[in-house]
Design a protein around this ligand. Structure first.
Ligand code: NDP
Length: 278
């Protein structure tokens, strides 16, 4: 068996084109603000990619690049200014933030209806009770990738490896909403393979190269690899792609899987924020 590749790049391009068409018909440009603190090269690259995608889709984009030693109050003031700014419908505070800043406090300061990332506890809480307003972009993209296979999620056994607030936990909730039976695994899980080997749907968000090997995957599984790891200057996922693709029925590549979908979902979320404001 060789798995079909779930082409996130292609799906994301299609979604971005649809967004661009929608934007052309609007009387106001969707406004998206990025806030970048410090000079983390990965963060700069991510913001650059999102900025480019937003401009291509016809959005009004503002990027605020603050120095590494920015204090919390200054950042809170900027968030407050963006909360009040009528041109801005959504904002993204690029994480991680420097140590002197409490990330939780900053995320809580973003008005829930301007929270394009969907990280504000109000949006997360709403999602938990099934009231999906703004869904975190990466989990939302993961669900679209799984749905793009045409496989019915209902009744499937899904295993999510990783329990972060931005990927693992929300994707588990979304899979449950689609009536999958979900197990969440993490660094303290004993005998990880016992779970992964049973999974019809396996989502891996760990941040360690090749943590999932072929003998840990059920034959015919759908495998979504969220991980981004640099190995010898190359970007690789958390899944041993070359071997797992011989076992799985569908698999996402890294790069070209989840990453491009995250960007498309951020744009979609900004349009949804705009709908909530208007
Ligand atoms: P975090 O570091 O916040 O969480 C990692 C999770 O993996 C934790 O829950 C941790 O467990 C668990 N874990 C660590 N080691 C193991 C192990 N050996 N076995 C099982 N579980 C383990 O990471 P994120 O969720 O933020 O990101 C995960 C990966 O996804 C990263 O590579 C990140 O770069 C990538 N990513 C990609 C995005 C994209 O758009 N392409 C977007 C967001 C993330 P514990 O809780 O016990 O510590």
């Amino acid at each position: 068996m060789t798995a079909k590749i779930i082409d996130g790049k292609k799906l994301a391009e299609k979604i971005r084109k649809e967004i661009k068409e929608k934007v052309k018909k609007l009387d106001v440009k969707p406004g998206l603000a990025f806030v970048l603190v410090g000079n983390n090269p990965a963060s700069q690259l991510y913001v650059g990619n999102k900025d480019k995608a937003g401009k291509e889709a016809g959005f009004y984009i503002e990027t605020h690049h603050l120095p590494e030693n920015t204090d919390q109050l200054k950042l809170l003031n900027l968030v407050d200014k963006l909360n009040q700014d009528r041109k801005i419908h959504g904002m993204i505070i690029q994480l991680p933030l420097p140590k002197q800043i409490d990330e939780k406090l900053i995320i809580e300061a973003i008005l829930p209806h301007k929270d394009a990332d969907g990280f504000n506890p109000i949006n997360v809480g709403n999602m938990l009770i099934g009231n999906n307003l703004i869904i975190p972009a990466t989990p939302k993209g993961i669900m679209k990738l799984i749905e793009s296979t045409g496989v019915n999620i209902e009744g499937k056994y899904a295993v999510v490896v990783g329990r972060s607030n931005i990927v693992g936990k929300p994707v588990s909730i979304l899979l449950q909403q689609k009536n999958a039976t979900v197990t969440m695994c993490h660094s303290r899980t004993k005998h990880l393979v016992q779970y992964t080997k049973q999974a019809d749907i396996l989502v891996v968000a760990v941040g360690k190269a090749k943590v999932i090997k072929a003998d840990m995957v059920k034959k015919g599984a759908i495998v979504v690899d969220v991980g981004t790891n640099k190995v010898n200057g190359r970007l690789v996922g958390d899944v041993d792609f070359d071997n797992v693709k011989k076992v799985a029925s569908y698999i996402t590549p890294v790069p070209g899987g989840v990453g491009p979908m995250t960007i498309a979902m951020l744009l979609e979320n900004t349009l949804e924020c705009m709908d909530l404001i208007r």
